[in-house]
Design a protein around this ligand. Structure first.
Ligand SMILES: *[C@@H]1O[C@H](CO)[C@@H](O)[C@H](O)[C@H]1NC(C)=O
Ligand SMILES: *[C@@H]1O[C@H](CO)[C@@H](O)[C@H](O)[C@H]1NC(C)=O
Ligand SMILES: *[C@@H]1O[C@H](CO)[C@@H](O)[C@H](O)[C@H]1NC(C)=O
Ligand SMILES: *[C@@H]1O[C@H](CO)[C@@H](O)[C@H](O)[C@H]1NC(C)=O
Ligand SMILES: *[C@@H]1O[C@H](CO)[C@@H](O)[C@H](O)[C@H]1NC(C)=O
Length: 468
């Protein structure tokens, strides 16, 4: 006892001498309170008013109200609770006859401690203006058997678990508008997958008024986003995963999701036969696909903008030639396949016509380096070097020829693949053509000359006259 008095004395002395300590002390107390979370934490500044069976407490509870059990109170309103934590477990001990609880305008309140027990008689819970409250843990309320109504409008709620709304067997009405719902996939997806008249959804009386607030879906009606998520889940091809990467509105206000389908590393031998509507990106990396025919000819792929086919077994892309998709796509990646050559003219034509084209990747393929293909291919690479993004990886296949083996094609001297004569403007085949043309002209001329000569003089050409 003596020791304690001494400590208190010293403490009050130091407080006077070093006012800084006071600050630390109050911070410590605050931290302690946050951890302890008692209803008595703020009894000093609290103001409570009782009118009949209603009790209204502002800024905490007076000692008077949390000493003993107050059977007479059936309606309790808590406003401006000064802490981050509110202990609903203890509330039941002091007010066992509560029928209605309101927690209003508590801007600091973040968490609840404890839970309402199953013998709680509370029928209605109202929470408004809790501007720090992101989520109500389902455990807080899901033991309650008399709860009929929850009015949770105008808080900062972002997430909600299904259990919050299925605990009480008599729960009829839940109001949730005016919150900051995070509709991204994985948060409220249980709501998305529920039937149109599923029990949980039907309890939310203002379901069609809810608005998504976070990130991607900001400002979009929640029920529409949930419908989109549901459609996407149901149409996502097995064994792929589908995620919504963007949401845009069309001029009529309809929501258009932009979806990425990820089928990479799934041992697929063919692309999925169908895709969710409005897929923009399809990832098929690391599979065993050997043809792109099924992709460019499938009407589901018409709106596909970005196609990643890295590390597959594609040896030819002739099917791209003339396909509609090829003149509208945005990204095409064919890295790490077995391509030896491509139809250069068709690529050139399609790239020129394509207004969306952004990136093309062709690296890590065993390109055939000969004089027939390389000059045209190099021309294409240089012409579209802004689009073809991995020029340094586009190299000749490995071979014993040092001049070409693994040499970067876009910067390779053509002399490496074409012998010196062919570097001239006139290639051998053209020289042959010219010679043949000259011969034909000569023979034709000679024939005309001989014919005129024969008509005028009746003399046979020398050749005819010596032949028997
Ligand atoms: C006490 O808390 C306030 C705000 O809560 C902070 O600004 C201050 O730095 C804290 N003081 C100490 C000594 O921790
Ligand atoms: C809560 O705050 C709003 C506005 O700040 C006010 O209109 C309302 O009366 C307050 N409610 C309670 C119960 O204090
Ligand atoms: C949903 O409700 C409608 C009528 O509102 C009813 O026709 C339909 O069968 C219900 N569906 C399910 C799955 O309960
Ligand atoms: C393709 O395979 C290579 C080598 O195995 C690897 O480094 C690369 O990350 C793979 N690319 C993709 C997109 O999976
Ligand atoms: C080909 O031309 C290069 C210079 O352009 C020359 O160094 C080389 O000797 C020539 N090779 C032949 C076989 O003529």
């Amino acid at each position: 006892m003596k020791d304690i008095v001494q400590v208190v004395l010293i403490f009050s002395l130091t407080s006077v001498v070093m006012p800084g300590l006071q600050v630390r002390k109050s911070n410590q107390t605050k931290a302690m309170m946050r951890e302890s979370c008692f209803l008595s934490d703020y009894s000093l500044k609290a103001k409570c008013v009782q009118i009949h069976q209603n009790l209204r407490c502002k800024g905490g509870f007076n000692d008077q109200w949390i000493n003993g059990i107050k059977y007479e109170i059936t309606h309790l309103t808590v406003t401006e609770w000064p802490g981050e934590c509110f202990n609903v477990g203890h509330l039941h001990l002091h007010f066992p006859e509560l029928r209605s609880l309101e927690i209003v305008n508590c801007t600091l309140l973040r968490t609840f401690k404890g839970y309402f027990r199953s013998d709680s008689k509370i029928e209605k819970i109202t929470m408004h203006g809790l501007s720090s409250l992101w989520e109500i843990p389902p455990e807080t309320v899901n033991h309650m058997v008399n709860l009929r109504e929850m009015d949770l409008r105008s808080n900062m709620l972002r997430h909600m678990k299904a259990q919050l709304l299925i605990g009480s067997p008599v729960l009829e009405r839940v109001r949730l508008s005016g919150n900051k719902w995070d509709c991204s996939d994985g948060g409220l997806d249980w709501l998305a997958m529920e039937e149109p008249n599923g029990t949980t959804k039907s309890r939310i009386t203002d379901y069609y008024d809810l608005v998504c607030y976070q990130k991607l879906y900001r400002g979009k009606p929640l029920h529409k986003v949930m419908d989109i998520i549901k459609t996407m889940r149901e149409t996502c091809p097995d064994p792929c995963t589908c995620i919504m990467t963007h949401v845009v509105s069309d001029p009529r206000g309809a929501i258009i999701p932009l979806i990425t389908v990820d089928c990479s590393d799934k041992q697929l031998t063919a692309a999925p036969a169908s895709l969710p509507p409005s897929v923009t990106t399809l990832r098929l990396e690391g599979n065993k696909i050997d043809t792109i025919r099924s992709i460019v000819q499938n009407s589901h792929y018409k709106r596909l903008a970005d196609l990643y086919l890295d590390n597959n077994s594609i040896a030819a892309v002739k099917e791209l030639e003339g396909s509609e998709w090829f003149s509208t796509f945005r990204v095409l990646s064919l890295r790490g396949n077995y391509l030896k050559q491509i139809p250069v003219y068709a690529f050139d034509k399609a790239f020129q016509a394509n207004n969306n084209i952004m990136h093309v990747f062709l690296g890590q393929n065993p390109w055939r380096c000969d004089c027939h293909f390389i000059p045209r291919f190099q021309g294409l690479l240089l012409k579209y070097k802004r689009v073809i993004r991995d020029l340094t990886d586009i190299r000749c296949s490995k071979s014993s020829d040092k001049k070409t083996s693994l040499v970067q094609i876009s910067t390779m001297p053509l002399g490496n693949v074409c012998s010196n004569e062919t570097e001239l403007a006139i290639s051998p085949i053209n020289i042959v053509n010219i010679v043949l043309f000259a011969l034909i002209m000569f023979i034709l001329g000679k024939f005309l000359y001989d014919w005129r000569n024969f008509k005028n003089t009746g003399k046979l050409p020398w050749l005819s006259s010596v032949l028997p």
